[in-house]
Design a protein around this ligand. Structure first.
Ligand code: SF4
Ligand code: SF4
Length: 430
């Protein structure tokens, strides 16, 4: 794609990077058919190619001309399905990330919109505030019909019961529990923020499974949210501040005792942490540690497959419909690993049609764009329900909540099923 940046613009690293990305797009349009918003709306402006043109125009003048580009970029799920399809290797992720930062810095949104974003950016990454807000939302549920648009959806989504905080999430080292006392690896677990409030059983199953497989599992002190939630809102400094806290915490651990891996069980967080190296590129202090952390980061399915599981419990197991989160299949390119892991644990796994399409969760998307998210949620659950499975497995808490809200099949994290098959408790959802 042709670009017309001025020489002084090209002196700045973010524009250099954006310019290189823009110039790889050959306008072929292959990405249109796999973009969820283009599939739903049929409007080129809501397609990857259309957005790339709009981003180029915005970056060339340095700010959004009007609210139009903001509307079409806000509708983008950052699902990265377009990156899986693109034959030219266009790095849409870093392009749209930079565009969102420019919008956040140069565009003034209407007050209610700013207020909602401000609240989400404060509440969601903070487990104590998020827990309190879920209690408040549950109390407001009977009055949801009287609330305005997004607030109504937000309150309606609150679970009927908020589980108690788990002791597993407190900073500690959980020692390997192998019969011969052997420790194969020392790994750090990212306990997450929203996930540990909504479903603490995911971290519990992760620690049980890993310690049984011979890992010492460290929950390091002073960890924060991975930064993905605010990063996708264009709040880049807030995202960096959260990332720096995590990098510091894990570097302390690496220097004190060494780490073989940093294990993530929410694929949205995994995509973000694997990108810390890019986030701090050119930063004299943080670039090296960020790259080290990103290199150690792996999804739980990658780690357990690498360690290997044998002799799952021989009980009759339900047929599993596997939903691959976008951050897993497009963000981290982990398409087969969670399926192979479930199969190794003795489950029959089926995949739905349109497996590449987003379920509509996408971080805060189901709050910010409730109509599109609802259409995608219904479409995904219909496809998952059509394959005659008894349970849906997935690897990201956002997808788990979205799928559970749109259907009747139980939805569990993959690690709960694998832990169950390897001697852990039956997931409470089944
Ligand atoms: S598939 Fe890639 S090269 Fe083709 S239009 Fe889409 S982003 Fe551009
Ligand atoms: S990230 Fe997803 S929604 Fe956004 S342009 Fe790409 S395919 Fe479409």
């Amino acid at each position: 794609m042709e670009t017309r940046f001025k020489p002084d613009q090209l002196d700045t690293p973010p524009i250099q990077i954006a310019n290189n990305i823009l110039r790889t797009c050959v306008h072929c349009g292959f990405c249109l058919a796999t973009c969820p918003t283009y599939v739903l709306l049929g409007d080129e402006l809501d397609s990857p190619r259309g957005r790339i043109y709009q981003i180029r125009d915005m970056l060339e003048v340095g700010a959004p001309k009007d609210g139009n580009i903001v509307k079409h970029l806000d509708r983008c799920l950052s699902c990265l399905s377009c990156m899986s399809t693109c034959p030219s290797g266009v790095d849409y992720m870093h392009l749209v990330d930079h565009a969102r930062t420019v919008i956040e810095e140069k565009h003034t949104r209407p007050l209610p919109e700013r207020l909602l974003r401000w609240i989400l950016a404060i509440v969601l990454p903070n487990p104590a505030l998020f827990r309190a807000s879920l209690v408040g939302a549950r109390l407001a549920k009977p009055f949801a019909g009287y609330l305005p648009g997004r607030l109504k959806g937000l309150v309606a989504m609150a679970p009927d019961k908020t589980p108690k905080a788990s002791a597993i999430d407190v900073p500690a080292t959980h020692a390997a529990t192998t019969a011969n006392g052997e420790t194969k690896r020392r790994v750090a677990l990212m306990p997450g923020c929203a996930q540990k409030v909504l479903d603490p059983s995911i971290n519990e199953a992760t620690v049980r499974l890993l310690t049984r497989l011979g890992c010492d599992v460290v929950v390091a002190p002073a960890l924060k949210c991975c930064g993905a939630l605010v990063h996708h809102m264009g709040k880049e400094e807030q995202a960096r501040e959260q990332a720096r806290a995590n990098i510091s915490a894990w570097m302390d651990e690496i220097e004190a005792h060494g780490l073989d891996a940093i294990v993530i069980n929410a694929s949205g967080c995994g995509t973000q942490i694997k990108d810390y190296g890019h986030m701090f590129m050119g930063d004299d202090t943080w670039a090296g540690p960020a790259l080290q952390v990103s290199a150690l980061c792996c999804d739980i399915s990658e780690l357990v497959l690498d360690i290997g599981i044998t002799a799952p419990q021989p009980f009759a197991k339900p047929v599993v419909a596997y939903h691959s989160p976008c951050s897993m299949q497009h963000g981290q390119k982990l398409k087969t690993q969670p399926i192979e892991l479930l199969q190794a644990a003795g489950f029959e796994v089926r995949e739905p049609k349109e497996a590449h399409l987003c379920c509509g969760s996408a971080g805060t998307y189901n709050i910010m764009q409730p109509d599109l998210a609802d259409q995608l949620g219904k479409r995904k659950v219909a496809n998952l329900s059509a394959i005659n499975a008894s349970v849906i497995a997935t690897g990201n808490i956002g997808c788990q909540v979205q799928l559970a809200a749109h259907g009747n099949l139980p939805v569990v994290h993959t690690v709960l099923l694998v832990d169950w098959a390897m001697g852990g408790p039956k997931p409470s959802q089944l």
